[in-house]
Write a protein that binds this ligand. Structure first.
Ligand SMILES: [Fe+2]
Ligand SMILES: [Fe+2]
Length: 233
């Protein structure tokens, strides 16, 4: 488990936040007392840079990053990340790592669920379609549950969440990130497993509205600039 509170800052999401820039993409900063990590890096390095500076967060002291999958709306801003933090270790699914190496990052391919830091697990990867993989990022909370961060959920947000629960042996507090316009059955299965259902990025209004109306006590909204804190110090 991770000591102290876990802080998330949504640097970019499809849904705008006041005074910030946004586009179609996702990037979330995760901070604990022991490490600082970036999950995905949005589409546009200029958008990411603008929000990082406006929000006053520091990417130069990142300990590592996690890439969910090789789509531009998750990889695009890594050129900015590499400029701020050269040589950063980035846990990636199998795929075209050379583009990240060329930026001066240090990609490490995760072939299976891997503990990458105290209370931090890269989950999967799951095959979304032939030869294309996506992984999730699970962070242990002081209440012995996990947060599950998902990028686009091409293999299914429910499947990524299920794998996270199985591989960590822990219950799920929240599933946050892109659910990729899922059918309502996917939302239902996530809601069965998790205390909180937090569809952002590519989830779509229909899925968000379904989650909010069907599970009002579990729904949480994701938008650019949102800061969330989990657990007690
Ligand atoms: Fe995406
Ligand atoms: Fe994607």
């Amino acid at each position: 488990m991770t000591d102290g509170p876990i802080r998330l800052t949504v640097l970019v999401d499809n849904t705008p936040g006041p005074g910030l820039r946004n586009d179609w993409g996702l990037s979330i900063l995760v901070e604990t007392s022991g490490w600082r990590s970036l999950f995905d890096a949005d589409t546009d390095p200029a958008v990411l840079e603008f929000n990082v500076e406006k929000l006053g967060v520091d990417l130069a002291s990142l300990d590592y990053a996690v890439l969910s999958h090789y789509h531009f709306d998750h990889t695009g801003g890594f050129s900015y990340v590499a400029a701020k933090r050269p040589g950063l270790t980035i846990y990636v699914p199998p795929g075209p790592v050379d583009s990240l190496k060329a930026l001066g990052l240090r990609p490490v391919i995760t072939e299976r669920t891997t503990r990458v830091a105290a209370g931090a697990h890269v989950i999967g990867p799951l095959e979304a379609w032939r030869g294309f993989y996506e992984q999730a990022f699970a962070v242990e909370l002081p209440n012995d549950k996990i947060l599950v961060l998902v990028g686009c959920s091409h293999p299914g947000a429910d499947k990524l969440a299920k794998r996270a629960a199985e591989d960590t042996g822990m219950g799920i507090h929240a599933v946050l990130g892109g659910y990729h316009s899922p059918p309502s059955s996917v939302i239902d299965r996530v809601a069965e497993m998790a205390d909180k259902v937090c569809p952002g990025h590519c989830s779509g209004e229909a899925a968000k509205n379904y989650a909010a109306s069907r599970y009002p006590d579990k729904y949480c909204e994701i938008r650019t600039g949102l800061r969330m804190e989990f657990g007690n110090p």
